[in-house]
Design a protein around this ligand. Structure first.
Ligand code: DGJ
Length: 636
């Protein structure tokens, strides 16, 4: 922390006062350490919530003072971990739109390595606030000491890794101090975002499984509950649709066998109809030409067909061509005396303004009140903050922080009123995936890139931190892989579709309908089971991942060919993980494409868990079988 006191003194001297620990839930113990400056009425409390069963610690600080005037916080990190080891290997992730989550592993040298964002909203666009840190050796999937850490914050963050002269490492995660010297009024409490971390002696795999268990049980709404399969119309229609077209698509969704139809961008705006991405954000009224009978009609239409109905919204945003902008130019983040600068032709609303918070809340609440059975919200966020300036915030340098806090206030209110409403966290692909927002959202959109092969890599990397149940994976027309490959990949999470069902061949439709039924049966193991990454697509021809249920009597095992050179494929057996060595298992192939034959399904052998984990089994992935899903189930 670095603070300038009300009298201009730029120093802080925090002394220990006392601490206390108490149980705050099943296996959860919170420790608070109280600190105080002897010269100033300035207090900091360090909070440590230990999730003992899941091996995760959530750490944050709260800051308060009773000085005569506001103080300025120049820096206010969430934690400062001090780690002694010989060498430190940092795996961090980077990318861009449709190219999210590329890993890089580097050995840290003396000095500071900083990961950060200054984008304001879509904080993850270039790099997410999540990392793996391996001690004394490069990170291994199963062995060695690994810390997985992530900051629960959807705005500007900074993760600093400093190897000091004693060769110890400081990890300092927090809000990015960039343009954010924060003015704190007397007696106002400031709470930093939480830094979440786990320490594993079983490599990256152990660390991920701890975070997954923690997230399902303690963080993500209904993390141990249900999710809806869906058909989305974005890539099927883009902005070009009407009631008739949508009614047909809804029927197609039912025919396919999904739980819900999701209407994407383009359904709103009248003075400026939303027919492309240049207009209408902010005018959240049904477009009378496209939807003459309103959303309510479509909700009913879906319900009569036997599925639910959901909609896309981007309520934090405003188009320069919109009635909202015309009415409330002071609600828009933009600099006076500067030309407006757009990202995807749009601007960001000033969520530090309580009136804007109320507006954004009412956008969703109004639609829900009118359509109480609306079953799903996809919440998008496609622009970053350029030219940061608020027309109403008295402290401009509070804006980046107040924005995120304002957003959380809105979604918190919505969650309180609609505790079970499924909500997807989307940000022009995976531009916003963090545990700050995932306190309110049931699921996230990893990337607009739904190419099956690309997705193997993207989902692989998200899986270090986020559980399968929260990953929205849609089967689309992206990429060259056959529909079986794309479906298999999408099943490693929450399955959805964004295709024109009526254009599927009879066999493709039959395969997809069967796949949805299979998914319904096996999804509890994918969603709630332990995930083991068996073969890395970065190190071999194959990507292979298995999900094992708690009872260890069922596992779902996915393998993909990721290199297509002559004779690429699995020549050696893959050793499974997570099974019970004492149990006996049989292996059955799932998602077998109609008309093809599975050699595995003619094999009636049983194998002990011990055999499968020490000798292994060959999933027979090859250039002729690029994607194989196997069910490993106990034989009693
Ligand atoms: C970006 C999202 O990632 C897409 O899925 C889609 O909803 C578009 N926005 C709509 O504008």
């Amino acid at each position: 922390m670095q603070v300038t006191h009300a009298d201009g003194n730029p120093s802080l001297d925090l002394h220990y006062v006392r601490h206390e620990s108490q149980s705050v839930g099943d296996g959860v113990v919170q420790t608070n350490v109280y600190l105080k400056d002897p010269q100033y009425p300035f207090e900091v409390t360090m909070h440590y919530k230990a999730y003992q069963k899941e091996d995760v610690i959530e750490q944050w600080a709260s800051i308060k003072h009773a000085e005569k005037k506001p103080i300025t916080m120049q820096k206010y990190a969430s934690a400062n971990l001090y780690i002694p080891a010989q060498t430190y290997y940092l795996t961090h992730f980077h990318g861009d739109w449709a190219n999210e989550m590329n890993p890089s592993e580097i050995q840290l040298t003396e000095g500071i390595k900083i990961l950060d964002t200054k984008l304001g909203t879509r904080a993850d666009l270039f790099q997410p606030p999540s990392f793996l840190l391996s001690l004394n050796q490069p990170a291994d999937e199963d062995r060695g000491e690994v810390i997985a850490g992530t900051l629960a914050w959807s705005g500007n963050y900074q993760l600093a890794f400093e190897v000091d002269p004693l060769h110890n490492l400081r990890i300092i995660p927090g809000i990015n101090p960039y343009a954010s010297a924060y003015s704190l009024a007397p007696n106002q409490e400031f709470t930093t975002p939480a830094f979440l971390f786990t320490y594993s002696t079983q490599g990256k795999g152990g660390a991920s499984r701890s975070l997954h268990r923690w997230a399902r049980k303690h963080r993500i709404p209904q993390g141990q509950g249900n999710r809806l399969t869906l058909l989305n119309n974005w890539e099927a229609t883009y902005f070009d649709f009407n009631e008739e077209k949508l009614s047909a698509l809804i029927k197609d969704g039912k025919k396919l066998g999904v739980d819900l139809f999701l209407l994407d961008d383009g359904w709103f705006g009248n003075k400026y109809p939303r027919n492309d991405d240049h207009t209408s954000l902010g005018d959240w009224q049904e477009n009378a030409k496209k939807l003459p009978h309103g959303l309510g009609y479509l909700v009913k239409e879906a319900e009569n067909t036997g599925i639910k109905f959901g909609i896309w919204l981007e309520p934090e945003m405003v188009s320069p061509k919109s009635e909202l902008y015309e009415k409330h130019p002071d609600w828009v983040i933009k600099l006076p005396n500067r030309q407006e600068y757009y990202f995807r032709n749009q601007l960001v609303l000033d969520l530090s303004n309580p009136k804007v918070q109320d507006f954004v809340y009412e956008v969703v609440n109004g639609i829900m009140t009118k359509n109480p059975t609306l079953g799903y919200i996809k919440w998008d966020c496609n622009a970053v903050i350029y030219n940061a300036y608020s027309a109403t915030n008295p402290n401009q340098s509070n804006l980046f922080v107040d924005y995120v806090q304002g957003l959380y206030k809105v979604v918190e209110r919505l969650r309180t009123k609609y505790p079970t409403l499924p909500m997807m966290l989307c940000s022009g692909g995976g531009g916003r995936v963090d545990y700050g927002a995932l306190r309110y959202f049931t699921e996230y959109w990893p990337s607009d890139n739904t190419d099956g092969l690309e997705r193997v890599f993207i989902q692989w990397n998200y899986s270090y931190f986020f559980p399968a149940i929260a990953s929205c994976n849609h089967v689309t027309d992206w990429g060259k892989q056959p529909i079986k490959f794309r479906t298999d990949v999408a099943m490693m999470g929450k399955l959805g579709y964004d295709i024109v069902v009526s254009k599927l061949s009879e066999t493709e439709l039959q395969f997809s309908q069967e796949a949805l039924k299979t998914y319904d049966r096996i999804k509890p193991t994918i969603w709630q089971g332990d995930q083991f990454r068996l073969s890395s697509p970065y190190a071999s021809d194959l990507a292979s991942i298995i999900y094992v249920n708690e009872k260890q009597d069922q596992a779902i095992w996915f393998s993909y060919l990721v290199k297509s050179r002559y004779k690429a494929g699995s020549v050696a057996p893959i050793k499974l993980k997570g099974l019970n060595p004492e149990k006996n298992y049989k292996i059955q192939e799932l998602n077998v494409y109609p008309g093809s034959r599975s050699d595995i399904n003619t094999n009636k052998a049983t194998y002990s868990g011990n055999y499968l984990m020490t000798i292994g089994f060959n999933p027979q992935v090859s250039t002729r079988r690029e994607s194989v899903v196997l069910e490993v189930s106990e034989v009693k």
